[in-house]
Write a protein that binds this ligand. Structure first.
Ligand SMILES: [Zn+2]
Length: 311
């Protein structure tokens, strides 16, 4: 039975997942297919301002048909409600932590750590995880899908297959950020991917559709929906994914856009003070494609400024 009780074969059950020791309740839908098969966990809103992934989770929960499903899909619509309602970028307002640095979590810890532990409790019932993200409220981003370079060989190869099936033509094989969702999953032997689409606190229908079609494509690739995944052009696979963070707080003026190529040593943006005097010219660490940039004028110390991906 497990953590989510009551669902029957061929059913769509809605509920809320309470996080013990907090007032947090995560809305979910548990879709039980007509026949046995794998269980896929799908989450939106680990970061509360990444709206297309949240809207895609809701759309999938409403539109996936249990009668045509083999196995089970558990959808967490809004994984971090406190961050969503606070319109908070990156951080959970209850403890100031980034939920996607808190996995596998701690059931006795702070609010973010407890949310993470509750999600991992659900993951124990799953064979695969798609954790939908995007550019946050003050980020500009081109779509890409991250999969983990950690874990056993078969877990890595299954995650790579899921990432390719999702359909975004940029893949990033990542050595895994500590506390990230796909890294924690890999440690538990569960293949996981983190697709990113959308930006700037906008709910744009194109990014929402990228996520909806991506999850459907993975379901077909896993044999959970009828039909094979649509053929994809060869994706670009990046193995280097280098972030630049602010060495100190300042006012940020990026000079590059996601989707463009920067050279090693090229000035990708400038941090200046409130008088307009330059504090830092921030250079790209290597030649590659810019995948996201911060678009906020206000930048705190250690905030992400941009990321460059290279083969
Ligand atoms: Zn995110």
């Amino acid at each position: 039975m497990g953590i989510l009780r009551g669902a029957m074969e061929g059913s769509r059950l809605r509920g809320v997942l309470a996080v013990p020791g907090t007032a947090v309740e995560i809305p979910y839908t548990d879709l039980r297919g007509a026949t046995d098969g794998p269980t896929l966990l799908v989450s939106g809103g680990v970061h509360g301002g990444e709206y297309p992934g949240i809207a895609a989770a809701i759309e999938l929960a409403r539109t996936l048909d249990p009668a045509s499903l083999r196995g089970r899909v558990i959808v967490l619509h809004l994984t971090n409600p406190p961050a969503f309602w606070a319109k908070s970028q990156y951080y959970t307002p209850l403890d100031g932590k980034n939920l996607n640095r808190c996995f596998p979590g701690d059931a006795e810890g702070t609010a973010s750590e407890r949310i993470a532990a509750r999600v991992i409790g659900v993951l124990h019932e799953a064979n695969a995880w798609i954790d939908m993200h995007g550019g946050d409220i003050h980020e500009e981003l081109v779509p890409f899908t991250i999969f983990s370079d950690r874990g056993q060989d078969d877990v890595r190869s299954r995650a790579a297959e899921m990432a390719a099936a999702y359909g975004i033509p940029r893949l990033v094989r990542s050595a895994s950020v500590a506390g990230g969702s796909y890294a924690a999953a890999a440690e538990l032997g569960v293949p996981a991917i983190l697709p990113e689409a959308g930006q700037g606190g906008e709910l744009d229908p194109v990014s929402q559709a990228i996520h909806v079609h991506g999850v459907q494509n993975v379901l077909r690739a896993l044999g959970m929906l009828p039909g094979g995944p649509p053929p994809k052009p060869d994706p670009t696979v990046y193995t280097r994914f280098v972030w630049r963070r602010a060495p100190e707080a300042g006012l940020w003026r990026p000079r590059v856009h996601p989707g463009t190529t920067v050279s090693a040593g090229e000035v990708a943006g400038v941090l200046h003070d409130a008088y307009g005097d330059t504090l830092h010219e921030v250079r790209s660490p290597e030649r590659g494609e810019v995948l996201f940039t911060a678009r906020s004028l206000a930048i705190g110390e250690d905030d992400p400024l941009f990321a460059v991906a290279a083969p």
